[in-house]
Write a protein that binds this ligand. Structure first.
Ligand SMILES: Nc1ncnc2c1ncn2[C@@H]1O[C@H](COP(=O)(O)OP(=O)(O)OP(=O)(O)O)[C@@H](O)[C@H]1O
Length: 259
């Protein structure tokens, strides 16, 4: 089930360094939301705060609120491991577990969450996830060979299959195509458009054409000034943000005048 995310007054620190300041934004279900902006403005940091992944960095901390369908992710009784089951993540470089087979890569999260799942059900879930990731026909005859033997684009779709196997509500993607060739990029973009009917998708991308191809809404982030924190400058539906932005800084960035 796709979920609405409401971010309010979010500050993110790495030790004393304030990386992201006072971000408030609503992320709608069954839509793709793109986060764009120059290097270092905090897009990945913000993305990782949406499933508490940034907590894996010592000294990283958040204040403010991230609410998923009414539940504050940073509430006192919230288990970050459970959060990460509901909010899956796909990274810049495809990172299948290198020694595991294609099948086991997809089954890994399921095994953690459902220790006693019967084999036939596991087979069904693995197949469904691979089909949903548009990978099944390419790997059905090599399910028990290492995932690391697939091409880069196939590995990235395998990582997406692994992320969706545990049936998350939200998929976070951090520059998922930046290590891929144009054909594999297109396959991932097509997949994102297929998946958005079932998930809330947030994608960080440096590629402004990609943001325009895949996203419904775009948020433009920028540094408040050199050496200062990243802030959300403007968020709007993607067509508006790219053609009639409200802020001059957005206009300058999307027209290629800086960044
Ligand atoms: N693990 C970390 N420890 C300390 N500072 C960090 C860490 N990760 C990121 N930062 C700092 O936080 C700021 C935001 O970084 P972040 O990677 O979120 O930006 P970004 O917009 O995603 O950049 P890029 O587009 O280059 O990936 C930067 O100043 C960066 O140096």
């Amino acid at each position: 089930m796709a979920t609405r995310i409401q971010v309010s007054g979010l500050d993110i620190h790495y030790d004393r360094f304030l990386a992201v300041q006072d971000v408030s934004m609503d992320i709608e279900p069954r839509q793709v939301t793109a986060l764009i902006g120059p290097s270092g403005c905090g897009k990945s940091t913000l993305l990782r705060s949406l499933n508490r992944m940034h907590e894996l960095v010592p000294g990283a901390r958040v204040s403010g609120k991230v609410v998923l369908d009414g539940q504050d992710l940073y509430g006192p009784d919230v288990d970050p491991v459970r959060v990460r089951r509901h909010v899956g993540m796909v990274f810049q470089r495809p990172n299948p577990f290198p020694t595991m087979s294609v099948y086991d890569n997809v089954a890994a999260g399921l095994r953690l969450n459902h220790r006693r799942m019967p084999r036939s059900e596991m087979d069904g879930r693995v197949e469904r996830s691979l089909r949903a990731a548009n990978l099944w026909t390419e790997v059905r005859d090599r399910l028990h060979r290492p995932g690391s033997g697939l091409s880069g684009g196939q590995q990235q779709r395998l990582c997406i299959a692994r992320a969706i196997a545990v049936e998350p509500d939200v998929l976070l993607m951090d520059e998922p195509c930046s290590a891929l060739d144009p054909i594999s990029t297109q396959a991932i973009e097509d997949l994102i458009l297929d998946l958005k009917s079932s998930y809330t998708i947030v994608i960080v991308t440096h590629n402004m054409q990609q943001a325009q191809r895949v996203s419904d809404t775009t948020g433009f982030f920028n540094l408040r000034a050199a050496g200062e924190p990243g802030v959300l400058v403007e968020m709007a539906d993607t067509t508006t943000l790219f053609t009639r932005p409200a802020k001059q800084a957005t206009e300058d960035y999307v027209s290629g005048r800086f960044g």
